[in-house]
Design a protein around this ligand. Structure first.
Ligand code: G3P
Length: 486
């Protein structure tokens, strides 16, 4: 029996998961790490925490499964996307904290770019100017961090998303690579020509040699320091689309993680959206490229974490389900969860969070319920936009991620959308997708044998679309939370 190991390096925690050849999860190890908020709207991670938590999770998972590294056939890596690390090729040391995808420090630069380069960026990368993507974060480091500037002058600067940083640290020969799905999130990669785009590199003053070589998402890439080969790399949202076996155009999933990410497979040609969806690369396997369209909600699970750690009004994430059920309705309270700005279809990085409709009768239960309703209403925004932009009527939403354990939310989601919500038996579809990519590379399985492995745990089936009036009230709350931070 062979095993595949996935490292799932997410925004809030790092995990290592071991799958057997039947894709059963045999061991999992998880570690949270510090979230650094140096200023309002700024988010950073310590790059060393990322490597150390990955290493300690790998060792723990392998020990718990009582296997040896020799029994691992391949390693898959999946990661929070867009987050940037800068390091020095000679010392191997990180030169600054990782600037996280949620970080809004380059909002002003993104606003400028919207005026001057929106169309150019969109047609080349499928993205729109926003501090979310890696390019302005790299540019910011080059302008503001002395150590980064000096390494650029010496020619030893290396930039990478988290996959690159992990692979650099986990390979004996210090490979500097990334895959197509991660490259497509940088705002520097031309998704038509499948190469770093010189015009965009010049726009952000980034030299090609600072950036990793772009490789297939599934291929025998290089041996790791543990021995087994790294066979799969994908950004976490693309990995979970793959893990949901969404191999055909029109297949769509939503992962409820730190943020919520809805992706639809659109086949071998990019579909450019006019109204705020992103076009992205799903994966590249054996010369075949698959594109996807994406709509994201920057904070969803993060809102529950904020209720717990920031406000302290709940002590566990599970409590949100009990509390939301206690309230018969939202008590007139509506919430805009724009804690890190708003993505599709609003794209307002200056929007901030807002509760509206509070009265003396408002309870903790109403607040919690309004937060969960926010997540479900925002998902409706994106599903509707996807239908409009692709002309495909969505009949079923495949879901995964931590928040899908909340049955109240899943039921609410299906009623707000008016379509069945299909919760996958394996909740870790992100890790699963990366394992599948790695296993394909070493010949453990292929796409057709993987298709049969996806199983539904529960389908939440609505009677029809509900909460129409509440949705329109909530839209008003969203409007009021926009154009806030100047
Ligand atoms: O684009 C950001 C995304 O990749 C983060 O995912 O799972 O860490 O919330 P997650």
């Amino acid at each position: 029996m062979g095993y595949v190991l996935t490292i799932d390096q997410g925004t809030s925690s790092t995990r290592a998961i071991l799958f057997d050849e039947e894709l059963y999860q045999v061991a999992v190890a998880q570690e949270e790490f510090e979230q650094i908020y140096p200023k309002p709207g700024w988010v950073e991670h310590n790059p060393n925490d990322i490597v150390l938590t990955a290493m300690s999770c790998i060792e723990k998972a392998v020990k718990d499964a009582r296997i040896s590294f020799k029994e691992i056939e391949a390693i898959g890596i999946t990661n929070q996307r867009e987050t940037v690390v800068a390091w020095d090729a000679e010392s191997g040391k990180a030169l600054y904290n990782a600037i996280v995808w949620q970080c809004r420090r380059t909002s002003n630069r993104a606003e400028e770019l919207k005026k001057s380069h929106e169309e150019l960026i969109h047609s080349k990368t499928g993205l729109r100017p926003d501090p979310y993507f890696s390019a302005t974060k790299m540019e910011w480091m080059l302008e503001n961090v002395q150590e980064v500037k000096a390494a650029a002058e010496r020619g030893t600067l290396r930039f990478g998303t988290i996959d690159s940083w992990l692979i650099w640290n986990l390979t004996p020969e210090k490979m500097h690579i990334t895959d197509y799905s991660n490259a497509s999130r940088t705002m520097l990669f031309n998704i038509n020509e499948l190469d770093w785009d010189q015009e965009l590199l010049d726009l952000f003053s980034i030299k090609r040699e600072f950036l990793p070589k772009v490789v297939d998402s599934s291929a025998q890439l290089c041996s790791s320091i543990y021995g087994p080969i790294i066979g799969g790399i994908a950004g976490d949202q693309q990995a979970s689309l793959f893990g949901q076996s969404a191999f055909n155009p029109g297949d769509m999933k939503c992962t409820y993680g730190t943020g919520s990410f809805l992706l639809m497979n659109t086949g071998n040609a990019p579909k450019f959206s006019r109204n705020g969806l992103l076009t992205t690369i799903g994966w590249k396997i054996k010369n075949e490229i698959t594109y996807a369209v994406e709509g994201s909600i920057f904070a969803s699970g993060a809102l529950v974490k904020w209720l717990r750690d920031g406000l302290g009004i709940i002590s566990t994430a599970e409590e949100t389900e009990t509390l939301a059920k206690q309230a018969e309705n939202n008590g007139g309270v509506y919430f805009s969860g724009a804690l890190a700005g708003l993505g599709a279809p609003y794209w307002d990085s200056t929007a901030r969070g807002l509760f509206v409709g509070l009265t003396r009768g408002t309870t903790k239960a109403h607040i919690v319920r309004a937060v969960l309703e926010y997540v479900a209403f925002r998902t409706r925004d994106i599903v509707e936009l996807m239908e409009k932009e692709t002309g495909i009527k969505i009949k079923r939403l495949l879901v995964d991620g931590g928040m899908t354990r909340n049955n109240f939310l899943m039921d609410l989601q299906s009623r707000i959308l008016g379509i069945p919500v299909d919760r996958s038996l394996i909740k870790e579809t992100t890790a699963l997708g990366a394992a599948m990519l790695a296993g394909i590379a070493v010949g453990l399985w292929d796409e057709s044998s993987l298709k049969d492995k996806r199983k539904t745990e529960i389908e939440f089936t609505p009677k029809g679309r509900e909460m129409e009036e509440e949705y329109h009230r909530w839209k008003e709350a969203i409007k009021r939370s926009m154009n806030w931070e100047t």
